[in-house]
Design a protein. Sequence first.
Length: 164
Amino acid sequence: MESKDNTFDKILRAILGTTLIVMTIIALLQVLFRYVIKSSLAWSEEAARYLQIWLTFIGAAYAIKKGTHIAMTDIVSRMPKLVATGMKIFTDLLLLAFSVFSLYQGIQLVKATSKQTTPAIGIPTSLVYLSIPVGGAISIIYLCWKYIAKICERRKTNQEKEEL
């Protein structure tokens, strides 16, 4: 399922990379402050944890686009083509159901935590939980794009066959 990266993919990859770099810098600063300066940063662990949550949900969505989620490809590749295709579609339907569930429940969680703030940084807790519906929405988009691309490809192939 390797396709060209569009602007959305590039932006998402930039966000993921930047988040990882910022997390690394925060962790290194915490180590520096704790062991060299002998004074730890009160906010660093919390900030790194929240960035990791965002990285996880957006990264999981991006993994759907790249087709890199954990899968039993060896078993599926040994199955008859029709069964393997059915298994892939079933897996995508499960991912879609989970993504829709995450989107809906994530929105409910964001609403429920809108008046709370995090202890060390003081940002709204809903900002942290917003990663759940955002990841779910991006996953839904990528799953829909995948099947729209397959349908368009199949139509193009059928048209080419008809022209011959």
